[in-house]
Design a protein around this ligand. Structure first.
Ligand code: UMA
Length: 457
């Protein structure tokens, strides 16, 4: 795509908007970045953009700016439904997203991972598997490192591993991953989508431009994926049950059995590999399933079984995802701040044998908290609520468990400390976004860790 001299409006000035503005301006685009906020997160970056000739429109999106554009590039956190974008699209002005824009400038095979939960862990594991197989990798996308930053300063790598959110898929047009991985689809972001079907359809767009020679790695244990996968055009590899399928992965307690097709010029050769999970340090069946998906994708993207095994043995997990941040008086404190939807709270609760004191709350994304009732009743001694969604969660779960309410996370941790008995687990698994009180889930997780550390000071 030719960007020189094009009037480009970049919508949103977060990480994506900054990277897109830089990219377009360096290619001669006449860029305006428009943000509804009056102040931005990275004021130091403003000078850099100004030096590149980028105009800044802060404190709102002006209809006229959008009508004047020849191309509009959305940040994923901004809905295409906002009025100036809708009006511009109706006037025939092209509206795209960062992933689509980046894709036009990239000619290295892309392995893309989406799903409601587990994307980041799977991407990190997959990248490690490829690296331990001797492949060089760029890891980016929704994980926090915009894909366009790779297109801006390409380095010679063998594979791009890209985490993709539904928001990012909403603005694709030709984006085509050679290997697409879909981990699961459960209700999330219902504050942005009309309903669950619209959200699920967005996730399935990962495969819409794939061809028969491309690969789709699909979770057969997810009923929504099972139903929607018939329309996937590429070669399908299912996990975590092989059944009588020709290829895919089958998971038992401590082993993954992989049957995969080695792509070759004339015909596909079937290969069998086994991966030992004895030293895999992540808890929960969902993480072993994620390992199946990562292993299949790694093998299809040029990795080998030895590299997959080495990464499985070495992987130590990620911060804010079932991360143990302390043990006080025989009680474990677990930071699962990344659990921003209801399904991820369920996965977390399933991981702990003993009783939990569960801390939930934050900004409500329209989740169905009632669906947690059985698990909370059987696994939790107490539910401590904090943040904007507290009333809705109390209404949904208040009849199955003792509920307390805390002003903030520090108070929630102190309450949990007072109520916990040795052998219990105090689990922060909010089931909500963090934006009511924090800039992001990482900040919330760090606040939780600090409150736990303060218990022993
Ligand atoms: N804004 C407007 N107008 C609006 C709404 C927002 O101007 O109507 C502005 C805000 O004032 C802010 C900017 O848009 O300045 C924020 O844009 P953004 O939310 O797209 O944030 P980025 O920093 O660009 O981060 C995005 C992803 N954020 C979202 O999808 C919400 C990051 O994923 C991603 O890491 C980053 O791009 C790089 O690719 C975060 C996320 O929460 C981790 N993702 C969701 C998830 O994983 O569930 C999808």
């Amino acid at each position: 795509m030719e960007l020189a001299n094009k009037r480009i409006v970049v919508v949103g000035m977060g990480r994506t908007g900054l990277a897109v503005s830089r990219f377009c301006a360096r290619r001669g685009g006449r860029v305006t970045v428009s943000d509804r906020a009056t102040a931005v997160e990275n004021p130091d970056k403003i000078e850099e953009l100004k030096a590149l000739g980028v105009s800044l429109e802060m404190g709102g999106h002006r209809e006229e700016t959008f009508q004047n554009a020849e191309l509009i590039v959305m940040s994923p956190g901004v809905s295409e439904n906002i009025a100036p974008v809708r009006a511009a699209a109706a006037a025939g002005i092209p509206v795209t997203g960062e992933i689509e824009l980046a894709f036009g400038f990239i000619d290295i095979p892309i392995v893309a991972v989406t799903g409601t939960n587990g994307k980041t862990t799977t991407c990190e594991l997959l990248a490690a598997m490829l690296e331990r197989s001797g492949r060089s990798v760029f890891l980016g996308g929704n994980i926090g490192n915009p894909l366009i930053s790779y297109a801006d300063q390409p380095r010679p790598v063998d594979v791009l591993v890209v985490e993709i959110s539904s928001f990012q898929l909403d603005t694709i047009d030709t984006f085509r991953p050679r290997v697409g991985v879909l981990l699961n689809i459960s209700p999330d972001h219902l504050d942005r989508y009309a309903d669950f079907n619209a959200y699920a359809a967005s996730k399935m767009r990962l495969f819409e431009n794939q061809q028969s020679t491309d690969t789709a790695v699909l979770n057969a244990g997810d009923p929504v994926i099972e139903e929607l996968s018939a329309a996937v055009p590429g070669q399908k590899f299912f996990y975590p049950h092989l059944d009588d399928r020709q290829a895919g992965a089958s998971l038992s307690n401590d082993r993954i059995y992989l049957r995969w097709l080695r792509p070759s010029a004339d015909q596909s050769q079937v290969s069998d590999s086994e991966i030992d999970l004895t030293h895999f340090s992540l808890v929960g069946r969902h993480n072993r399933e994620n390992a199946c998906a990562a292993a299949l994708a790694a093998l299809m993207a040029g990795g080998n079984a030895a590299g997959v095994q080495a990464a499985i043995d070495e992987f130590s997990g990620l911060a804010h995802r079932l991360e143990k941040v302390g043990r006080v008086n025989g009680v474990d404190y677990i930071n699962d701040s990344k659990a921003t939807n209801v399904d991820s709270v369920a996965r977390a609760l399933e991981c702990f044998e003993g009783r939990t004191i569960l801390i939930m709350g934050g900004l409500d994304k329209g989740g169905n908290f009632e669906s947690l009732a059985q698990l909370v009743a059987s696994r939790s001694r107490m539910l401590i609520l904090t943040g904007a969604a507290a009333d809705r969660i109390r209404a949904a779960l208040g009849n199955v468990v003792a509920v307390k309410e805390a002003e903030n996370l520090k108070e929630a941790v102190q309450m949990a400390h007072a109520a916990a008995r040795p052998g219990d687990t105090v689990l922060l698994s909010p089931g909500c976004a963090s934006f009511d009180k924090y800039r992001n889930y990482q900040e919330r997780g760090r606040d939780f860790r600090a409150a736990v550390e303060a218990l022993t000071q």
